[in-house]
Design a protein around this ligand. Structure first.
Ligand code: NDP
Length: 432
């Protein structure tokens, strides 16, 4: 039965448990065989960078389509929705430690359109990987989830125990259900077989190698790209705009319509993206950048919604740091008070874990409005024009903030502040 919101709040306030954990039994060493599944993704690539930085030297990465250009790690192409390919990978490679960062991921539009693919592929990846990890004796597995597993109207900030206490956001329910299934698989394999599987729920992430397609990207990379394009426009740098359009897909079917040899086509595409001169010349056919610049109009950027929704952001290098911290220092059974009293033979019995689903939030615990974020990025990019809001468009959930009390109790906090993080990503974006 679902709990009402008052009961959920009571549950949160009654959290008086003592927080203790044991240091880990099977400590990873620099030569341990570590598999990072989803190495071509935002998260997987950051985990590999962190492992290499910390001196691990026996890393195997898997990808599905995009072979990344990593030095110093072995790379294998594996479709993890295939039970046969997944089992073969675990049987032959025999990884000791596994980071599960492979998933079919997408924005609201993709989630809402390809519902069957999202639930099928993510459930298949979870089933194949988690079962194989058990079958082939993986010492520890870290499963990456997402904050969309929490109820749509969860109290803020969201604690781990709010899982399955009320209905989910319908637009990404298929994805969330698959992610919840993965969390529960980890939990029940721990309980029945004594495996050592943990799940991590990150907040909104940003970082290098993010998705900058304006149709499918998350808000932060989209704002970086929009303000960058707006700045190029106000500087009259048409060649810079062309280079940007060629570097990443634009989305919304605009790539097919773009004619790079025609300035008015470029200006029309920018207008579609909400980037335009405040009083553009009316005859689009004859618009050129010179005409627009001569009118000395300001460039404006129009954003969706009212900018009032609050969001939390974590640099992906901080998430990777948290994942490696958990892999190095925290065992699933160390989160069970019964284990503190008994020995390891009893670890599969009488579990009363401090985190019942071996699920832990990772975020900053701080949020800001989209409007504050937009002005922060505008200033970092150096765009001088104005920001407008299209309030006919939705704002999304008013607030989505993770409660990060538990990861802090375990001894981990984020290190990269939002301004420094955005500055470094913008630098990476310009140079990539
Ligand atoms: P990306 O889309 O950047 O990367 C996904 C990775 O999974 C890629 O390496 C992709 O390979 C691989 N992959 C996809 N399908 C398969 C398959 N069938 N078999 C094998 N590999 C596959 O996603 P992120 O790095 O952003 O996300 C990783 C995890 O982190 C997900 O579980 C996500 O929910 C979670 N997360 C992400 C957040 C974010 O803001 N990005 C926020 C919170 C959680 P290829 O590229 O070769 O196709």
């Amino acid at each position: 039965m679902l709990l009402g919101m008052t009961e959920v709040k009571d549950l949160a306030q009654n959290d008086k448990r003592q927080w203790k954990f044991e240091m880990i039994e099977n400590k990873m060493n620099k030569g341990s065989k570590i598999a990072v599944l989803g190495v071509s993704g935002l998260v997987g690539s950051a985990i590999v960078r962190k492992l290499l930085e910390r001196g691990y030297n026996n890393i195997i990465g898997t990808y599905k389509n995009r072979k990344p250009d990593f030095k110093g790690i072995q790379m294998l192409q594996v479709d993890l929705t295939s039970q046969e390919q997944t089992q073969k990978f675990f049987e032959t490679v025999k990884p000791e430690y596994v980071f599960l960062a492979a998933a079919k991921v997408g924005g609201i539009l993709a989630n809402n359109t390809y519902k069957a693919e999202f639930i099928y592929e993510n459930m298949a990846i979870a089933l194949n990987v988690i079962h194989s990890a058990y079958k082939y004796g993986v010492k520890k597995l870290l499963n990456l989830g997402s904050s969309c597993i929490y109820p749509k109207h969860a109290p803020q900030p969201m604690k781990e125990e709010y899982l399955l206490t009320a209905p989910l956001e319908p637009t990404n329910e298929p994805y969330a259900i698959a992610k919840i299934a993965a969390i529960k698989l980890c939990r029940y394999y721990n309980e029945q077989y004594g495996t050592n599987f943990l799940s991590v729920m990150p907040t909104n992430l940003y970082g290098p190698f993010d998705n900058f397609n304006l149709e499918t990207s998350h808000v932060l990379p989209a704002l970086i790209r929009k303000f960058h394009l707006a700045k190029l426009l106000e500087e009259g740098d048409i060649e810079g705009i062309k280079r940007d359009f060629q570097k990443y897909p634009i989305g919304f079917g605009l790539d097919e319509k773009l004619d790079l040899s025609d300035q008015s086509s470029i200006l029309q595409i920018l207008t579609h993206l909400g980037i335009k001169f405040s009083n553009p010349v009316t005859n689009l056919e004859h618009r050129t950048l010179n005409i627009e610049l001569q009118t000395r109009n300001k460039v404006t950027v129009t954003l969706w919604g009212a900018g009032k929704a609050y969001r939390e952001f974590l640099h992906v290098d901080d998430l990777a740091d948290a994942c490696v911290f958990l892999m190095e220092n925290i065992d699933a059974w160390s989160l069970s008070p019964s284990h503190l009293k008994s020995n390891s033979e009893h670890r599969t019995l009488n579990f009363e874990p401090l985190l019942p689903d071996y699920l832990i939030n990772v975020g900053t615990g701080e949020d800001l409005t989209i409007d504050e974020l937009a002005y922060t990025i505008k200033n970092i990019v150096g765009f001088r024009g104005d920001i407008n809001y299209d309030t006919s468009k939705p704002d999304g959930t008013p607030r989505k903030l993770l409660d990060v009390t538990n990861i802090k109790r375990l001894g981990w906090s984020y290190k990269i502040g939002l301004i420094d993080g955005i500055k470094s990503v913008y630098e990476w974006y310009r140079e990539s």
